[in-house]
Design a protein around this ligand. Structure first.
Ligand SMILES: Nc1ncnc2c1ncn2[C@@H]1O[C@H](COP(=O)(O)OP(=O)(O)OP(=O)(O)O)[C@@H](O)[C@H]1O
Length: 712
């Protein structure tokens, strides 16, 4: 706007201002204006002439207003009482002229309180989890006498007899609930095939060493014992070979006298050797498959190899699919193993329009995307394509559609049938990741959770009076225990004692030696972060022991009793000299046969300390393990739970020691605090005076180790 325009506007504004003033004066004259008693002018009594500033303001207002789409009034916070904001317009008293001009004040934006972790955890909670059976870890149930009733356990006389022979006199918590569920009284629900009323899937979360293996081995043996023809009816998938061997032993022990055939596939033997163990007929094509085993225990990699390349290897007859250490296996995407396994348990989406040639074709180990691509083959049954049709019992009911049939005549053959495969998932740290659980395509899953008294709210019967968590919905039974499950607060064995020692990196090996010599930490599993770390610690320990022996020899030779600086070392050497501790490395670098032999020696107590990486942190069950040392502290809570769970199994006592380097202490404590577990881990202080006696031998061992590494 140029100067002339502003001047014009200024004049117009002034004229308007004067006009309004004149009108106001007229009105005031008519109203007989009052002078205040003290002579001050009332509000309306203004200067006869607007001063320069007023004019300026009026001019600027005009200029600004021209650019505004609508006129707005400036409202200060003080101008309208806050309370009026809460009153709805319709109910408020007629506004005063000033109040009516004011716009309501809206509260300043503030961030809402963040939802609590527990509230977040419960969002979108799976219905199945809401209905979980929460079992107190202390629950037990005596095995009913062989000649009596099963007392609701579902166990047959034969099974009760066998368990008692194995020294099992009572059922552990997880078994007390799972056995009756998997072995219901109704024989139809125990049938090998249940095409019209398939069984519910099961997810089990129970602490380490709480007897999950028997909880699935017993029902599988019970139900499969009714079979007449051997078919592959139970598939157990585990993450490592060592676990496969261990679970096989349990199956063999329970199956004794039942005649079920048990096989393994881990890649320990040649592929053709395994094929010969698993499949009876590899030459003819059999739509129903062929199996020499009733139960197959395997690792996922080898299983996929057989699905792809072993003729007549079929999962159509599966009654049980067990995924043990489920969270670990679900984290492995190896060859999409899960998708392939699930697809192989379902019938391909074929129509009834197959030629008999289709039936004569070799059984494709993996039907091409069996669930997703329907075949397009058309029916042309001619006499020269006729082959002997497979007997119906060779096919599982849900696969009967592979038979040539009479599509226009509704019959039991055409009625929809579900695969009878019941999925059983187990872990001490079962995942709650909805994506991973969804990938399993569970059928109406039932959760069983063995959970200790909750620290977060109302709990299992073991702690009914615990304070309720505010965020916890009332309708959820099991109270805070379920919240703990959802928030992955894992339950530890009640008989486990946990300790942590914070030390410097330099001190760590000697703190370990101190634990061995002063706290009798033998019959121990020691976890390191890598195979290399395992190797270094074992060598260092060897040099340390040699140095102590040397020191003892020196003492004997010189008859030294009070030699300055050596006294303490001598004493500690003396205390350990009687027991030469055998320490052995166990790592993935070793060939399978050697690993097996080392484990056997450890079980036979020929080795007192086994140093290993996390290779055997899951599932391995060695009853005499009294101590677990996390020499390198675990990076996450799951690892911690599985490591410490190698001791204090089946109700036995055990100690877990975690050596935490100073710079890792914050991470470790935060991890424990987040899992609401920090208060359960007792801090043990190891002072310099505790280590002084060991330092000379440690220094010697370090020097020797350095020399070895500098040579290689
Ligand atoms: N009812 C029982 N009575 C006595 N011992 C039992 C009973 N059930 C299981 N056990 C023993 O308890 C030990 C631990 O069982 P198991 O290996 O099945 O634990 P788990 O729950 O699978 O542990 P992890 O999560 O570490 O794999 C085994 O030695 C097993 O033989």
């Amino acid at each position: 706007m140029d100067g002339t325009a502003i001047a014009k506007d200024k004049t117009k504004a002034k004229q308007r201002y004067l006009k309004r003033k004149k009108e106001r004066r007229k009105i005031n004259k008519n109203k007989k204006p009052e002078k205040s008693r003290d002579g001050e002018d009332t509000e309306d009594d203004e200067d006869p002439e607007p001063d320069e500033e007023e004019e300026e303001a009026a001019a600027v207002e005009v200029a600004v207003e021209k650019n505004r789409p609508t006129k707005r009034r400036k409202v200060t916070e003080d101008s309208v009482p806050v309370e009026t904001l809460a009153v709805p317009h319709s109910k408020s008293p007629p506004p005063t002229p000033q109040a009516s001009e004011a716009l309501p004040i809206f509260p300043l934006p503030v961030l809402p309180n963040p939802p609590s972790k527990s509230a977040l955890a419960l969002q979108g909670l799976d219905k199945a989890l809401e209905d979980a059976s929460i079992i107190a870890p202390s629950t037990t149930l005596a095995i009913p006498p062989v000649d009596g009733t099963d007392a609701g356990t579902g166990l047959s006389q034969k099974m009760r007899k066998r368990l008692l022979e194995l020294g099992i006199t009572e059922l552990f918590a997880v078994q007390t609930s799972l056995l009756p569920f998997l072995l219901p009284p109704n024989p139809f629900n125990k049938a090998l095939y249940q095409p019209y009323n398939p069984p519910r899937d099961v997810c089990v979360s129970a602490p380490t060493g709480s007897g999950k293996t028997l909880a699935y081995v017993v029902p599988i043996v019970e139900i499969l014992s009714s079979r007449i023809v051997t078919r592959l009816r139970a598939l157990v998938i585990l993450p490592t070979r060592d676990l496969v061997m261990q679970v096989r032993e349990t199956f063999e022990a329970v199956n004794k006298g039942r005649g079920l055939k048990i096989g393994t596939a881990t890649g320990q033997h040649s592929f053709s050797h395994e094929q010969a163990q698993l499949i009876g007929d590899r030459d003819t094509s059999l739509r129903g498959g062929s199996s020499k085993v009733d139960i197959l225990i395997c690792t996922p990699g080898r299983l996929i190899d057989h699905l792809k390349e072993t003729p007549n290897f079929s999962l159509q007859h599966l009654r049980f699919l067990v995924v043990d250490e489920a969270d670990r296996l679900l984290a492995q995407s190896f060859q999409d193993w899960l998708i392939q396994v699930l697809a192989a348990t379902r019938p391909p989406k074929y129509t009834f329009s197959h030629t008999l040639d289709d039936l004569a074709r070799p059984l494709s180990p993996l039907p091409p995307s069996s669930s997703s691509t329907p075949t397009t083959s058309t029916s042309t049954l001619t006499s020269n394509t006729l082959h002997p049709t497979p007997t119906p019992d060779a096919l599982a009911p849900s696969f009967l559609q592979l038979l040539p049939s009479l599509p226009d005549v509704p019959s039991f053959l055409t009625e929809k049938k579900e695969p009878s495969c019941q999925k059983l998932l187990f872990s001490a740290t079962l995942t709650r990741d909805p994506g991973k659980i969804a990938a399993l395509e569970l059928r109406n899953p039932k959760y069983f959770v063995v959970q200790g008294p909750s620290s977060t709210g109302t709990s299992t019967s073991a702690n009914p009076n615990a304070a309720a968590d505010d965020d916890y919905p009332d309708h959820l039974e099991g109270g805070g225990a379920l919240l703990d499950v959802v928030m992955e607060k894992f339950t530890m064995p009640a008989t486990l004692k946990e300790h942590m020692v914070v030390c410097s990196a330099y001190q760590k090996p000697v703190v370990f030696f101190h634990l061995v010599h002063s706290h009798n930490v033998t019959n121990a599993l020691v976890f390191t972060k890598s195979a290399e770390s395992t190797d270094r610690l074992v060598r260092l320990f060897g040099f340390f022991q040699d140095a102590r022996k040397g020191l003892k020899g020196l003492k004997d030779m010189k008859g030294l009793k009070d030699m300055n600086g050596l006294k303490e070392s001598e004493e500690s050497a003396e205390s350990a000299e009687s027991t030469q501790i055998v320490v052995q490395a166990y790592s993935s670098d070793l060939p399978p046969a050697e690993r097996k032999s080392i484990l056997e020696k450890f079980k036979a107590r020929e080795i007192q300390i086994l140093v290993c990486s996390d290779l055997i942190s899951r599932g391995i069950d060695i009853s005499h393990v009294e101590h677990v040392v996390s020499y390198d502290s675990p990076v996450d809570m799951r690892k911690y739970v599985h490591r410490v769970g190698r001791t204090a199994r089946a109700g036995r006592e055990g100690d877990a020691w975690t050596l935490v380097e100073e710079q890792e202490a914050r991470h470790f404590k935060t991890m424990m605090r987040d899992a609401q577990h920090l208060s359960d881990v007792k801090r043990m202080r190891v002072g310099e005076q505790d280590l002084a006696g060991l330092i000379p031998c440690y220094e010697t061992a370090l020097a020797n180790l350095k020399e070895v590494y500098s040579r290689s």
